[in-house]
Design a binder for this molecule. Structure first.
Ligand SMILES: [Zn+2]
Length: 354
């Protein structure tokens, strides 16, 4: 077993992420639009932290700019896109730098003539993280863009995007992907990694034949995100840490662990990652109540969600906890002391229990 994380498998996974087979459906739709000259001015899809990661955003830009009008990987534009340095692509990572100034700057930049005589593409990842004022500034550009400008927008929570914006975009829907498809794919990549690695090398050990169940147990910890799963395959210590943290959060929800012991050893830099996981645990627990309720509804014919609880927690309380996690998640783009905010909100939530 490996004791030290190694970097190579993660880099390997990053290269692979450009090839997720489940991105193909959306890319084919886009290709069809380009071929029939029906490319909309603004595209939107819901981004997620799992197996639909931001590589889709870049693939869409690449597809529009590629000389072959497919992801040929050979032309100049594909090369520039792969390096994320294509001058016709303006990228705004709204999730990290959500402010009105960056939107305004982008709004000025789109009026400069593009370097290549091809569409100019504005990629904005996380429109839902922008303030209403920033979204309004963006809306002006989306409504009256320069010729040949295409906006590709994403949001994790489309409900937080202005309706006026949503009415301007063509929305792409993810196909549903069976977990087995992802696990099979991960397994195939691991096998390939082992085969191409030198015997006894770290990569060979990471790729060591794993059963689908073993891969599944690790992947489930990170929402089946292939990138994150690859990172975990090479870091068994982190796997046990995540399991411990999960247990502690369950204890916290049940009122058996106070806020300080929950959050005291979260490294500041990892807080975002923790918040994503917390939200997933809460969602899973809410799902459990829905399932319990559905079972009883069958018998009694009445909707019984309000009577269901998990260790004394009702769905309503769980939704409130979910709100806390979401509020703090949104604050990530501001300058507030996040740990302090998280602590205060969680203490309030726990206090309300009495
Ligand atoms: Zn190309």
């Amino acid at each position: 077993m490996l004791t030290h994380p190694i970097k190579q498998p993660i880099e390997y996974a990053m290269q692979l992420s450009a090839q997720y087979p489940w991105h193909q459906t959306l890319l084919m739709q886009l290709r069809e639009m380009i071929a029939t000259d029906r490319l909309p001015q603004a595209l939107f899809f819901r981004s997620r932290s799992d197996y639909f990661d931001d590589t889709l955003l870049w693939q869409m830009a690449q597809l529009i700019l590629c000389d072959e009008r497919r992801l040929c990987g050979q032309c100049q534009h594909c090369h520039l896109n792969a390096a994320k340095t294509h001058p016709n692509v303006l990228h705004l990572a709204a999730r990290d730098t959500a402010n009105i100034d960056s939107v305004r700057q982008m709004g000025q930049r789109i009026w400069r003539s593009p370097t290549f005589d091809k569409p100019q593409i504005v990629l904005i990842d996380g429109v839902d993280c922008l303030s209403v004022a920033a979204q309004n500034a963006l809306l002006k550009n989306v409504e009256e863009p320069p010729a040949k400008t295409v906006f590709i927008l994403t949001a994790e929570q489309p409900a937080r995007v202005l309706n006026t914006m949503m009415s301007r975009v063509q929305r792409f829907k993810h196909p549903s992907v069976d977990t087995h498809v992802i696990l099979h794919w991960l397994q195939a990549q691991l096998t390939q990694l082992t085969q191409s690695a030198a015997p006894d090398s770290a990569e060979a050990r990471v790729g060591d034949a794993k059963t689908e169940a073993e891969i599944g147990a690790v992947a489930a910890l990170v929402d089946y995100s292939p990138r994150a799963a690859f990172a975990l395959f090479s870091d068994p210590e982190k796997v046990s840490k995540i399991k411990q943290d999960k247990y502690r959060f369950a204890q916290f929800m049940q009122g058996r662990c106070d806020v300080d012991s929950l959050i005291s050893d979260i490294p500041k830099a990892d807080l975002g990652e923790y918040l994503v996981r917390y939200r997933r645990y809460i969602d899973a627990t809410i799902m459990l109540l829905f399932q319990k309720s559905a079972e009883q509804t069958d018998k009694s014919g009445k909707n019984s969600l309000q009577y269901q609880h998990w260790h004394g927690l009702t769905a309503r309380r769980l939704y409130r906890l979910r709100d806390v996690v979401e509020t703090v998640t949104r604050l990530q783009s501001t300058n507030v002391n996040l740990m302090m905010q998280l602590k205060t909100y969680l203490m309030d939530w726990q206090h309300d229990r009495q």
